[in-house]
Design a protein around this ligand. Structure first.
Ligand code: ZN
Length: 122
């Protein structure tokens, strides 16, 4: 897992600066997204981006962020991306990237393809 995040961080650093912050959503930004959706908090620019992409879903007492499309799936934060990839990889029977990617896309939102193809041992 540490190796995975080392590679992931290196990949994020290699991206153009303007894409880095929202390439994966860190826990802190996830909480800010909830504030926008629940309380209308935030700068106009951030609110616009949030409202365009996300939806607040209440699961019990928990506020969760889903994508704002016809088929809604939960957003995965940076901190959980390894666990979710590992879970998807296991669910498809340790088959290759394509099957894992397909599973990731059908279950979750905001995990870029480049993250799925980072070599790792699940
Ligand atoms: Zn495996």
């Amino acid at each position: 897992m540490d190796v995975f995040y080392t590679k992931l961080d290196a990949h994020i650093q290699s991206l153009n600066e303007k894409f880095r912050a929202k390439y994966l959503i860190k826990r802190e930004m996830y909480e800010d997204i909830i504030l926008v959706l629940r309380d209308g908090w935030g700068s106009p620019q951030f609110r616009f981006w949030v409202q365009k992409n996300f939806l607040l879903v209440k699961v019990g007492d928990l506020n969760m962020v889903y994508n704002n499309h016809k088929i809604s799936r939960p957003v995965v934060v940076y901190e959980e991306v390894y666990a979710k990839l590992s879970e998807c990889h296991n669910r498809v029977g340790h088959h290759g990237r394509d099957k894992t990617w397909h599973e990731v896309k059908s279950q979750y939102f905001w995990i870029p393809y480049d993250v799925v193809i980072i070599p790792s041992t699940y």
